[in-house]
Design a protein around this ligand. Structure first.
Ligand code: ZEM
Length: 290
């Protein structure tokens, strides 16, 4: 991007105030467009940022948010990414308004904004991602499969470079949003306030009794008390495995610990594989809307 100074073409180097403007427009659009799902596009923006980043492979240093290759087929058509066009389309007018921002910075900035706007912790963020071409698309199968168990979770998140505690903290994002039968095949929200970031996912995982749902869809679990909530097989694996369960129990009791540890690991997720020129202490803290 360029701007003109005294008739001379100069490169435009956006600063924190410019990115805050992008944040503010995302926040405004989230507040304006409540006629979707449970009333917010926030959860699906979080999922877009996660699927853009979670393709990272530490061995080959491929995938991750640097590239925004989900713009292209085949990656946009990977089964795990079903429904994320909704999130990409939501951000398209923002990209048009701020053409200097890369898609890969925009998608991750939106992931930070959505967490903050839904009442979650501050998620410091920094720019520096570049969009890559179609050849950088990652192979199918790098994102987790909800029908699997604890070994699969450790394989997939271990490939990204996370430990047990970080894996559990990240999965707490399931406090937000819901599953859609026409996207993943699964159905329902994880808690009663899917547009508010909280530790409810962990509290319910520990305190509810979860039964296998009797239906024609893929194997999932439902709460004994209301039969309106759901857990994926991978969610249930978090209380079946000892190494995971201790963190689930801790986060269920200690919301502050969850908010802090989620923020740290989500910042790490959004930065996987990005060759920043800047330092971690240069991250921006965006002001949330009122
Ligand atoms: Zn999810 N996730 N996820 N996740 N996820 C869904 C929805 C959402 C898994 C998974 O298969 C699914 C993380 C980890 C894992 C969100 C954020 C994060 C859905 C439902 C499935 C099937 C999709 C649909 O039908 O719309 C698995 C197997 C995971 C790990 C083992 C992590 C980590 C996340 C962020 C940090 C969010 C916010 C949603 C809700 C999306 C929406 O549209 O409401």
């Amino acid at each position: 991007a360029y701007f003109y100074l005294n008739g001379e073409k100069k490169p435009f180097v956006p600063g924190q105030a410019d990115y805050q403007k992008v944040y503010d427009e995302i926040a405004r659009k989230l507040a304006d467009e409540t006629d979707y799902d449970d009333g917010s596009y926030g959860p699906v923006l979080v999922r877009l940022a996660w699927h853009a980043s979670g393709t990272y492979d530490k061995e080959t240093n491929t995938g991750g948010s640097n590239g925004a290759t989900m713009r292209f087929a085949p990656e946009s058509g990977h089964g795990a990414n079903a429904g994320l066009k909704t999130a990409r389309d939501f951000l398209e007018p923002i990209k048009a308004q701020f053409p200097w921002i890369t898609y890969s910075d925009l998608w991750t900035l939106a992931g930070s904004a959505a967490i903050q706007e839904l009442g979650g912790p501050v998620v410091p963020w920094r720019p520096g991602r570049e969009d890559k071409e179609i050849v950088a698309c990652t192979p199918d199968g790098r994102l987790p499969d909800a029908s699997q168990g604890h070994r699969h979770i450790r394989d997939v998140f271990g490939r990204m470079g996370f430990d047990d505690r970080e894996m559990v903290a990240l999965c707490g994002a399931h406090a937000l949003g819901r599953a859609h039968t026409d996207r993943s095949g699964f159905d329902g929200p994880w808690d009663f306030s899917p547009t508010v970031f909280s530790n409810e996912f962990f509290r319910l995982l520990v305190e509810e009794k979860w039964n296998q749902r009797k239906w024609n869809g893929p194997a999932q679990f439902t709460d004994k008390t209301t039969s309106t909530l759901m857990m994926l097989p991978t969610d249930i694996a978090l209380i079946k495995d000892k190494g995971f369960k201790s963190h689930v129990e801790r986060y269920a009791k200690d919301s502050d610990a969850f908010f802090k540890e989620f923020s740290d690991v989500y910042v790490k997720l959004l930065e996987l594989g990005v060759p920043f020129q800047s330092k971690p202490e240069d991250r921006f803290v965006f002001k949330a809307s009122e």
